[in-house]
Each structure stands twice: as C-alpha cells, then as structure tokens.
Write a protein that binds this ligand. Structure first.
Ligand code: CP3
Length: 344
C-alpha cells in the first residue's frame, strides 16, 4: 500500500485526506520541553540523533499524523556553508551577517555531506522506526528565506537590508542566491538518499516581496532547485510553501514544478479549490491561532476546509507552524476531526 501522504502528492483524492502539521514537534509539548533540556544549544540538539529522533516521534505518538517531519531547522544549511548560527531565547537564529560579496569568500557546499551527517543519521534511524503508513518528510529553507537570515543576521527583522541589496544590485545579490541554491540542492539530495520520502521547501518570507521580486527571488530559483533535485532523485515529491504569496501562488504552482503547494491561512478556500487544486496537490491552511483558540471556532473552520478542499488532491495542515502556546488537547481534537472525516 502506498502511504496516504505520498498518494495525495501523486495526485490522488483520498476519502479521508492525510494530515501533518508544520512545527508539529516543539515547545507546545511538555515532553519536548523536558527533552530540550538535554542540550544547552538548539543546534546541538538538532545535531544529536538520539534527541532529534525522539523529538520527531513525540507528536506522532500522541496524534498519529500521516507525516513525520524531521526534527531540524532551516538554518542548518547556513551553519554548514560556514556561517555559524547561534540561537537566543525569544529571538531565533543569530549569525554574523553577510553584507558584501567578500563575506561569501570561503563559504561553499563542500562541507555539507559530512557536517550535516548527524541530520542524515537521524533520517536513517527514523526510516527504520516509523510506522509503515507514515511518510518521512525532510525539509529545507528556500533561497530567499535563507538569504533573509544570512543578510539580516537575525530572525526579528523588517528585511530592510536584504530587500535593498536585492533591488539595488540584483546582479550581486544573485550570487548570494546562487550559493544558497547549491547548499539547498545538496541538502535535499542527501536527505532523500538517507530516507526522506518527501521534501518541503519553506519560503516563510516570500510575503515581503512584490510581484516582480517573487518571480525573480522565489519562483525562478525554486524552479532551478526542483529541476536539479528531480534529476538526482526522481520520484521524491516536493512541496513548496511560499508563505504570503497571495495570487502568485498560482504562478508558483505552475512554474516551479512542485508536486504540492502549501497555502497560508489568508488564501480563500474557494479560490484554492477553483484555481489551485486543478494545477497541483494543495496543503493547508488552518489558521494556527484558531488551533490555539480551540472549541467551536476550531470545529467549524476545520469542517469548512475539509468540505471545500477534500474533494480534490489535498493534505490537511496549518497555514503556518504550531504556536508554542497551543494546548495539546486542541491538536488531539483536530486530529480526531480529520480522522473521522468521511467525505460527508
Ligand atoms: O516539527 C517541526 O516542524 C520540525 C522542526 C522545525 C523547526 N524549525 C524546529 C524549531 C522546522 C520544520 C523548522 C522550520 C523553520 N525554522 C522555519 C520555517 C517555518 C516557519 O516557521 O516559517 C523558520 C523560519 C525557522 C527559523 C527559526 N528557527 C526561527 C525563526 C526560530 C525561532 C522562533 C521559534 O519558534 O522559537 C527557530 C527555532 C526553532 N526551530 C525551535 C524549534 C522547535 C524553537 C527552539 C527551541 O525549542 O529551543
């Protein structure tokens, strides 16, 4: 039997859609908070297979998602390229920013296979341990989103510097993007060769760009990545998540070659059904705040999404990651509602 998540990405419409949640592992789970204390530093946690395997499995034991997302972070590629990343509580990633092409000297993808081997070891172990129907999801940050962290040097930002660089000297900025593409393609291929059955590309910062910039810095490099990844790993589907892309979701779905597109909660359900689902499998898009709220709002919005989108190729997910203040009971309730769905 093909795993439900992979069937949906192959274009099948299932009577009960598969589901998983972005950031399904993490601080909203008390068992994660306890496990997290075993490493002082967040990336050290990500690079310790015993801990990363356990963090990946925790939400599955409680909620039985159809997909297990590798426990890691998008910034490991920057760390492996040679720009070491730290984490500060409440701030997210911190690194010495790249502000000119000279700062790229000495950075390159050569170290990735060895440097990120603990991440690949985590995948090898997970592929032995997962239930047979659960798909193993690897992931990477997309070039634009990684460029935001690389150039701004931090997670809390208005993207002013990176946007200025991209618009004032696009020829220079393309070299930053091209370097990131090399690192990303390598990390995707290594993940697939070590057990990842799907790869999700997170472009969390796509929404700060205008139309022309989305075409240039989101869609164009993503198309290159998908083409190169497919050559190396045919048959491993890719889900793209250009958060905040608005009506450009359609251009993204048509032009990048992804198998599935992740949509955020601002995108209207009827538009998704009528415009996007004819082009590719859709994943989304429950508001993560509604999951925090729970109760009737959660039940009603979940039902509306299922009613509108489950008649075409669909994977249930949130519109962005699970928030740390989410009560685990609400996730259990959501999982039950999706599992009980029978297309009514
Ligand atoms: O369950 C999962 O989804 C697996 C693991 C995962 C993490 N980060 C773990 C994490 C995944 C898929 C990510 C992706 C990620 N990381 C994104 C894309 C998704 C998105 O939210 O837009 C981004 C932008 C990052 C970068 C990042 N990592 C930020 C901005 C932060 C700080 C904000 C925060 O939530 O704390 C992180 C830290 C991080 N990554 C944590 C976790 C569980 C929290 C750190 C901790 O537990 O100490």
């Amino acid at each position: 039997m093909t795993k439900p998540l992979l069937s949906a990405l192959g274009g099948e419409t299932l009577s009960r859609p598969p589901f998983w949640l972005m950031r399904q592992a993490g601080r909203y789970l008390p068992e994660y908070r306890k496990l997290r204390q075993k490493a002082a530093d967040f990336l050290e946690f990500c690079y310790t297979p015993d801990l990363a395997v356990e963090a990946t499995l925790q939400p599955l034991r409680r909620f039985g998602m159809d997909g297990a997302i590798l426990f890691s972070d998008i910034v490991v590629v920057l760390d492996a390229l040679g720009r070491s990343v730290g984490f500060r509580e409440g701030e997210g990633p911190i690194l010495e920013p790249v502000r000119s092409l000279g700062d790229l000297d000495g950075l390159g993808p050569e170290r990735i296979p060895e440097y990120l081997d603990p991440v690949y070891e985590t995948l090898r172990r997970l592929s032995r341990e997962l239930p047979p129907e659960t798909a193993l999801i690897g992931f990477v940050g997309a070039p634009w989103t990684l460029a935001v962290y690389l150039v701004e040097g931090r997670g809390k930002t208005d993207c002013g510097r990176v946007k200025s660089w991209a618009s004032e000297t696009p020829g220079e900025f393309r070299k930053v993007i091209d370097l990131l593409v090399e690192g990303i393609v390598s990390h995707m291929i290594n993940q697939a060769k070590n057990g990842a059955e799907v790869i999700q590309l997170f472009d969390s910062w796509a929404g700060v760009l205008d139309k022309k910039q989305v075409l240039e810095w989101v869609i164009r490099p993503t198309a290159v990545i998908v083409r190169r990844f497919r050559q190396a790993c045919p048959g491993v589907p890719v889900i793209g998540f250009p958060r905040g892309a608005g009506e450009l979701y359609l251009d993204y779905a048509r032009e990048t070659g992804v198998d599935g597109v992740g949509v955020d909660s601002t995108v209207p359900l009827e538009w998704i059904r009528d415009s996007l689902q004819p082009v590719c499998t859709v994943q989304g898009n429950l508001d993560n705040r509604v999951l925090v709220a729970g109760g009737r709002a959660l039940d009603e919005q979940t039902a509306r999404i299922l009613e509108t989108l489950s008649g075409n190729p669909f994977i249930f997910n949130l519109g962005h990651g699970v928030l740390p203040e989410t009560p685990p009971d609400h996730v259990a309730r959501l999982a039950r509602r999706i599992r009980d769905w029978n297309g009514a």
